[in-house]
Design a protein around this ligand. Structure first.
Ligand SMILES: NC(=O)c1ccc[n+]([C@@H]2O[C@H](COP(=O)([O-])OP(=O)(O)OC[C@H]3O[C@@H](n4cnc5c(N)ncnc54)[C@H](O)[C@@H]3O)[C@@H](O)[C@H]2O)c1
Length: 596
């Protein structure tokens, strides 16, 4: 018969422990909440009351339910209070020796049939279990932050965890309204194994001043639809906890350099900049524990005047190309009131772009997002041409032709001959070095990358890529143009993948490697990232949408430029592409899209 978990214990009431207490108490289970000292216990109590107060204020919890919830929790100092609970979840700091000591003590204190669980993110559950005389009753129950909100729980079984303990914990998760994925004991399990390389890489970008913290975070939120940017997430996790997780993953997970904590992380821990919990981490918060970010000395001045500071005036824009991106970009500029000169390779191509544009604008009219008059005005602002000479007088040229360096270089050389002095020349390349096209001209200071996302009219992000030759005036102009288009322009250096692709694709590639290693299934990995980290799509869903061939090409570029062994494309990805399984567009990728 399945165990009845009438009462549980939680050890450690920090970021995770306090949330885990709330999860149990909300679901009618009595909780003994244990800390190491009186003041830490009071801090834990304050986290719980603060969280339940917010739930009441938001109308998500009735006043009486809050009272009942709090009534189910008994706070105590010391593990002796746990003698009669059916299950203990440990959530103390991520140190193996500390956890082993606590488990040895729990083994002594708790009744023989009690299950002992750890919330560790990266340590070996097996190593923790052998500190007890009941390793078959030790299991990992890995909640996600914030525990009351995130739906996922990773249930980690070791080689000795007994089958009925796994089954009982799985049904407990269901009772808690969580979705569980059960996996074996490997560093970082599913979600953290995929997440922490990405977080560490984002910190490295920040540390090397490749982009600002705001721009890195905005890029991942707006470019990938993530609920928060990586640096804000580091602050939520806790910079000290993140350090320990990375360090353990580096040591346990095959010494992958991508998990070696970036030096800045250790410096922040030493300086007490632990994230939200200490009131300051990558950002500054209203007070310790508060989620509210307040301005500090790194906060950029966000007024319109400041964004446009030093920018050149742009009234007319040339767009070269006739593909999906060019069409979208013409629409974006024309709708924003710019005079546009579209240059394609002939009247037939122009007619195709015109039709696509009309269809898109008409959709806006049907959906009530655009008036007929605005549609007509936007179309009226576009001049159609098949010769680059018509770009002689424009203020800005945006190139969106085929992704081939020789073609782009030839085009920029021609633009250099034709365009007036002072023009800003922009490329939308997503993978080629902007400096290569800039050096095809005599005016590299005026060349910048403007990396729009597809579909350009909808996606709110533009990456502004400044090369080592781009002038500050050109960058300022590009940023001001993005703002005038109603887009968020994030500025970054000229490195493969810019911000978004450099952070996104290695993560997708890692997911493929995880699948290839048979650690988990595509469904569970997708679930873990959606329910544990709030991603809008799981990695395999996204790979099938983006296209496996496109993903492989980007990953190869990243690998070639950075020579990072961990970026080597997953053999499975290569094989699928060779086999013609390219994702949705070919009917089959990681999933079969022909059967619905
Ligand atoms: N922070 C996250 O996003 C996250 C997510 C999932 C899992 N985890 C894991 O959860 C665990 C806790 O992490 P955290 O971020 O909550 O850490 P934290 O530093 O916020 O909290 C740890 C708490 O444990 C208490 N503690 C220390 N020694 C103790 C002892 N001997 N007895 C009782 N309490 C003790 C501390 O006083 C502190 O309140 C770690 O294993 C971590 O890897 C963290």
């Amino acid at each position: 018969m399945a165990r009845d978990f009438a009462s549980v214990g939680v050890v450690g009431l920090g970021t995770m422990g306090a949330g885990i207490v709330e999860v149990f108490a909300r679901n009618g289970i009595d909780v003994v909440a244990v800390e190491v000292a009186e003041d830490a216990m009071e801090r834990g109590r304050a986290i719980l009351t603060g969280s339940t107060d917010r739930a009441v204020a938001k109308g998500k919890l009735a006043e009486t339910d809050r009272e009942a919830l709090l009534g189910r929790v008994r706070f105590a100092v010391g593990l002796d209070a746990l003698h009669s609970v059916d299950l203990v979840v440990e959530a103390v700091p991520e140190h193996l020796d500390l956890k082993q000591r606590i488990f040895a003590e729990l083994d002594r204190v708790c009744k023989p049939e009690a299950i002992l669980a750890t919330n560790t993110s990266s340590l070996s559950v097996t190593e923790i279990s052998v500190a007890t005389s009941r390793p078959n009753q030790v299991i990992g129950i890995h909640f996600f932050n914030p525990a009351p909100v995130m739906k996922l729980v990773e249930v980690v079984r070791t080689v000795v965890t007994s089958v009925d303990v796994v089954a009982d914990v799985e049904s407990l998760c269901e009772r808690l309204g969580k979705v569980d994925v059960t996996i074996s004991d490997r560093a970082g399990f599913i979600a953290n194994a995929l997440l922490f390389g990405y977080l560490n890489h984002a910190v490295a970008m920040f540390e090397s001043r490749y982009a600002t913290r705001e721009d890195i975070d905005a890029a991942m939120k707006l470019g990938c639809g993530l609920p928060m940017g990586p640096l804000a997430l580091m602050d939520l996790i806790g910079v000290d906890t993140a350090y320990e997780i990375l360090d353990t993953m580096y040591r346990r997970g095959g010494r992958d350099r991508r998990h070696a904590p970036v030096p800045l992380i250790k410096q922040m821990v030493t300086a007490g900049l632990l994230g939200r919990k200490s009131g300051r981490g990558f950002y500054t918060y209203e007070r310790p524990g508060s989620p509210v970010v307040v301005p500090d000395e790194q906060t950029p001045v966000a007024t319109e005047a400041a964004i446009g500071d030093g920018a050149r005036a742009i009234a007319t824009v040339g767009v070269v190309g006739s593909g999906t991106m060019a069409t979208g970009i013409i629409e974006v500029f024309a709708k924003a009131g710019y005079e546009v000169v579209s240059v394609t390779r002939g009247a037939e191509k122009s007619a195709k772009v015109f039709e696509a544009l009309k269809t898109s604008l008409n959709k806006g009219v049907v959906r009530g997002k655009l008036s007929e008059a605005d549609r007509d005005a936007a179309l009226g602002r576009i001049n159609w041409s098949a010769t680059l000479e018509h770009l002689a007088d424009v203020d800005l040229v945006v190139e969106a032709v085929v992704e081939e360096l020789s073609v782009k270089k030839a085009l920029f050389a021609s633009l250099d001959e034709i365009c007036k002095p002072g023009v800003v020349l922009a490329t939308t390349t997503s993978s080629l070095p902007v400096i290569d096209v800039a050096m095809a001209t005599q005016r590299p200071a005026d060349v910048v990358g403007l990396h729009f996302f597809n579909p350009a009219p909808l996606m709110p992000l533009v990456e502004v890529v400044a090369t080592i030759r781009t002038s500050t005036e050109t960058t300022a102009t590009a940023r001001a143009v993005c703002a005038a288009l109603g887009k968020t322009g994030v500025v970054c250096g000229d490195r493969s993948g810019f911000i978004v692709n450099a952070l996104l694709f290695p993560y997708l590639n890692d997911a493929v490697k995880m699948l290839e290693a048979s650690y988990s299934t595509a469904d569970d990995i997708d679930h873990a990232m959606k329910l544990g980290c709030g991603y809008p799509m799981g990695p395999f869903e996204l790979l099938d949408v983006v296209g496996l061939d496109v993903s492989l090409a980007i990953q190869r570029e990243l690998y070639l430029e950075l020579r990072e062994p961990g970026f080597a494309p997953a053999p499975l990805l290569e094989h699928l592409v060779t086999a013609g399984y390219l994702g949705r567009k070919s009917g089959r990728g990681f999933r079969d899209h022909t059967r619905r």
